[in-house]
Design a protein around this ligand. Structure first.
Ligand code: GUN
Ligand code: ZN
Length: 439
């Protein structure tokens, strides 16, 4: 498929295979589908193939919904793959804080455009991200996302306790950080009809005072922005939170007391939770970003996913770059599936034997649901915005001409034999994103 033949802008009609989760449950597979995208960038029709003038024939490629990455750290991408097996707090001090300390506006201008292209090349069309602490670097990241076309939710990191810029006077950190976050919300939250949004981003309880957690949650509530932070990733982190917040019932209660739980909140990791915490997160409809490749990389732990799904938690997937080594959500699904297999073989308890199409659903529609966007994106269904990718499943075959034919098998190959070049194009609202390599 030559580059010029792929549509750049809506309207267009695609002919290809199709695999998508469905809002009503289950999934839909068509071996020969027609997908019409109207001039507003919405999906106008999804049918078995019927003749259409000017259809772009992508067969034997496969259309999927664009993937939703619920958790990653934009400034950390250059570090991806470094520091495996270190414990979280050592890894942060050794690898991450020095990198983020240098993430000023010009570093963001250099990195962000290439990072968004790399995300699109991995099949990600929506990403919820941490930036670093410096306000101008956030403007640069948003400007790059605006120009690239990716759907992006980004937040300035807030820290007034364990932090990497101790040169700032202690007393003004909270006030400055809140004012800068509020100014960024004014400039960016809801931009381009909601394609760009803001997430108020206290780093985690180890880095934030109770005041910062409470004030940041209030800011998110008042403005309708998201609130994102980390929860219960690592045993030593949890012990430190107990030491810092001796009155709290547990780690989840630290965020609960701050007014941080709810359906606009996305908590990354959440792998070491008591029954009380699981129930409280489910009762408050708090969203979880499951980051299994990161949890294996830093030896943090294994999420008892079966328990969480039984409790009704809303869970999407996060690459957590750079604790997660790979931007691809297909690689994250693979790590997640292997983690559940590990739980099954070692503990025979609390694992979730998700089938490959279920993992695809977590990486797309469930991520959209976590962001409150399931009405708009996450599946290829009529009326949704055309956030789509096409993949070449032949690249996942062990030998040439051994392409899988059944939808479960196709999904299995995409996850367990994913290929770095398999994503051939990505669109947000029918607008093509730079990044995926073309044949
Ligand atoms: N907890 C606090 N900060 C971080 C971070 O940058 N990465 C991960 N994985 N966990 C964190
Ligand atoms: Zn993280």
């Amino acid at each position: 498929m030559p580059r010029t033949a792929l549509p750049q802008r809506p309207p267009f009609t695609l002919r290809a295979r199709l695999l998508t989760p469905l809002g009503a449950g289950g999934y839909r597979y068509e071996s020969d589908a027609r997908v019409d995208v109207d001039d507003g960038g919405r999906i106008a029709a999804v049918t078995a193939w019927s003749t259409a003038a000017d259809a772009i024939d992508l067969r034997p490629w496969l259309i999927l919904p664009g993937m939703v990455d619920l958790h990653l750290h934009l400034p950390q991408l250059p570090n991806a793959g470094l520091g495996a097996g270190l414990d979280l707090l050592t890894w942060l001090e050794r690898y991450i804080f020095p990198l983020e300390r240098d993430f000023d506006r010009s570093a963001a201008e250099r990195l962000a455009p290439a990072a968004f292209q790399a995300m699109a090349a991995a099949g990600t069309t929506t990403a919820l991200m941490y930036g670093a602490v410096f306000e101008p670097s956030l403007d640069a990241a948003f400007e790059a996302a605006e120009a690239h076309g990716i759907r992006a939710v980004i937040g300035k990191v807030m820290m007034d306790r364990l932090r990497y810029d101790p040169s700032l006077p202690e007393a003004s950190v909270l006030e400055t950080s809140l004012r800068q976050s509020a100014d960024l919300i004014d400039r960016w939250h809801g931009r381009d009809n909601g394609r760009l949004r803001y997430a108020v981003t206290p780093r985690f309880a180890v880095s934030c005072s109770a005041d910062m957690l409470r004030e940041s949650a209030a800011l998110a509530r008042e403005t309708g922005a998201y609130w994102q932070t980390h929860l219960a990733e690592d045993r030593e982190e949890i012990a430190e939170v107990h030491r810092l917040f001796p009155d709290a019932l547990d780690y989840t209660d630290v965020y609960d007391r701050a007014g941080g739980l709810g359906e606009r909140t996305v908590l990354a990791h959440a792998i070491h939770l008591s029954d009380r915490e699981i129930t409280r997160l489910a009762d408050t409809s708090t969203r979880i970003a499951h980051c299994p490749s990161s949890n294996l990389f830093l030896a943090s732990g294994a999420m008892p996913l079966g328990r969480y799904l039984d409790a009704g938690l809303v869970i999407g997937l996060g690459s957590d770059v750079s604790a997660g080594p790979d931007l691809s959500l297909f690689a994250v699904m693979r790590a997640g599936a292997y983690t559940q297999s590990g739980l099954r073989t070692m503990l025979d308890d609390h694992y979730s034997p998700l089938a490959p199409p279920d993992w695809l659903r977590l990486g797309s529609l469930e991520g959209a649901r976590a962001l409150g966007l399931a009405h708009a994106i996450g599946s290829v269904e009529v009326g949704k915005e055309a956030d789509l990718i096409v993949v070449d499943p032949a690249l996942t075959a062990p030998l040439p001409h051994l392409d899988a034919a059944e939808p479960e098998e196709i999904a299995s190959r995409l996850i367990f034999r994913s290929h770095p070049n398999m994503v051939r194009a990505a669109w947000v609202r029918g607008r093509r994103l730079d990044g995926p390599p073309n044949a």
